[in-house]
Design a protein. Structure first.
Length: 210
């Protein structure tokens, strides 16, 4: 019961967050390249509610799973640009809405962090080390805040921490003597940029769990 409440609270926290429309490298729109209406589609039934989607058009091929009962994309989708050596891996998470969460951009098989949004988690030194990667651009002031919930002795605690910037990611450390500790939350990337004397503020959020 505690675990169920924990997941519901995280879902409410995540999907109440504001987010920007996400555009990708080379002016690629995530909503466009994952829109099945832009492809010639074939599907294979995996279960009563899940189908495997394959799509193709003149420029892209698409591959991913869909919950047809709720009409939502689930898990990781792959979109390959046939005109060059670009590959997009996009993770979808669902509650009341379908949201692009983690996004990985590859060029010639190499993951390009500058244009990617994802996280890595490693358990070390009696705690969890979270590394958050967000697209960053020159002349931006940025920071990442990790708002998370952690289950301690069947009690759910709500916490927040600012992550330390590194070369191409932001790092947070959450202490925990037990490796199976439940941690989930939202990492939010805040940016401030000035163009022609006009200051623009923006933010984008990513759901995280271990």
């Amino acid at each position: 019961m505690v675990k169920y409440i924990f997941l519901v609270l995280i879902a409410l926290l995540f999907f109440s967050c504001k987010k920007n429309d996400q555009n990708f490298n080379k002016q690629v729109s995530i909503s466009d390249v994952t829109n099945e209406n832009n492809y010639e589609i074939s599907s294979k039934k995996e279960s009563d509610t899940i189908v495997l989607i394959n799509g193709k058009n003149n420029q892209y091929t698409l591959h991913g799973y869909k919950d047809v009962k709720n009409n939502k994309k689930i898990g990781w989708w792959k979109i390959k640009d046939k005109t060059n050596e670009f590959l997009y891996e996009i993770e979808f998470v669902s509650a009341d809405t379908n949201k692009e969460n983690q996004i990985k951009f590859y060029e010639k098989g190499k993951l390009i962090n500058q244009f990617s949004q994802y996280y890595n988690i490693v358990y070390k030194n009696n705690g969890y080390e979270f590394k958050f990667y967000f697209p960053k651009y020159k002349s931006e002031k940025t920071r990442v805040e990790f708002h998370y919930m952690i289950e301690e002795n069947k009690i759910i605690e709500d916490k927040s921490i600012d992550c330390k910037p590194e070369k191409d990611y932001y790092i947070c450390f959450i202490p925990g003597e037990k490796k199976d500790k439940s941690i989930a939350g939202v990492a939010t990337f805040f940016s401030e940029s000035e163009i022609k004397g006009e200051t623009t503020f923006s933010s984008v959020s990513m759901f995280v769990n271990n």
